[in-house]
Design a protein around this ligand. Sequence first.
Ligand SMILES: C[S@@+](CC[C@H](N)C(=O)[O-])C[C@H]1O[C@@H](n2cnc3c(N)ncnc32)[C@H](O)[C@@H]1O
Length: 280
Amino acid sequence: MIAQGLDIDTKADNLHTLLEYVRKLRAIDFNAYRPGTIKRRLHLRLSATGMPDYASYLQYIEENPKEIDALIDTLTIKVSHFFRNPFVFEVMKSFILPELIDTHRGDALRIWCAGCARGEEAYSVAILLKEVMGKEKIFPQTFILATDIDRETVEDARRAVYTTESLVEVKKGCLDKYFTVEHDFYRLKNEIRSMVTFAYHDVTTCKLPKEGIFSDYHLILCRNVLIYFERDTQERVMGSLSGSILKDGYLVLGESETIPHQLDNFYEVMPYTKAFKKRH
Ligand SMILES: C[S@@+](CC[C@H](N)C(=O)[O-])C[C@H]1O[C@@H](n2cnc3c(N)ncnc32)[C@H](O)[C@@H]1O
């Protein structure tokens, strides 16, 4: 069938074959994502490469292996900026981080940003931690892990170089303190960069029981990632992330995301914050 307006072959089996090809090659299963979003994004690559339908596009990828990186880049939406949705960062700065720092003084404090895009969110948390801990005499050793499914994005995050678009919510004092200006971009200073460890990781592969690096977190941020998944994948991922959070730890979701009913051991710390505390 040719879709009106889209002018592409929308046969489900051809889409499935294409996504299976990506899964085999890169171990990323876009079948778990919302089909509407996937089709809209795929259409961008079809237009860019001049391919009329999924089958021809698959052939194009096979002949031009580098296209797969462009496809993954398009399918994984990287919209983000420092202190995105400032309210939840205010809540973290005023309540969550001071409480966690106080409880884990002299011990370790573990934070994980899952779906970290180019590092904007993880570095925002690192800046807050630095600011909050600056006033303390004894503080915890902090470990911030930031992961993403797109390897190139992880590399960008490590480089920590940004344009003004990523910095719209950064206050002038903070910009002057933690960034250096180089030509028309901003470079994050090493004192913040070194606080974050970046790694490739696919949250849909999370499984229980947790062990190693993916266990025992006091705070997990997984914002604006789950919205792209089908409902059963959302619930599975959230169930699994919740297993990585320690009692009295926090889970912070995106503005339009919420926690499934079965995770009733979490409560929202304040209305509309999308910051949830784990009771037990
Ligand atoms: C819209 S950005 C959100 C970035 C940041 N968390 C924020 O809220 O500003 C979504 C990020 O999730 C990543 N992502 C998508 N699917 C993922 C998966 N299965 N596992 C890990 N990261 C994923 C994308 O590559 C992208 O960087």
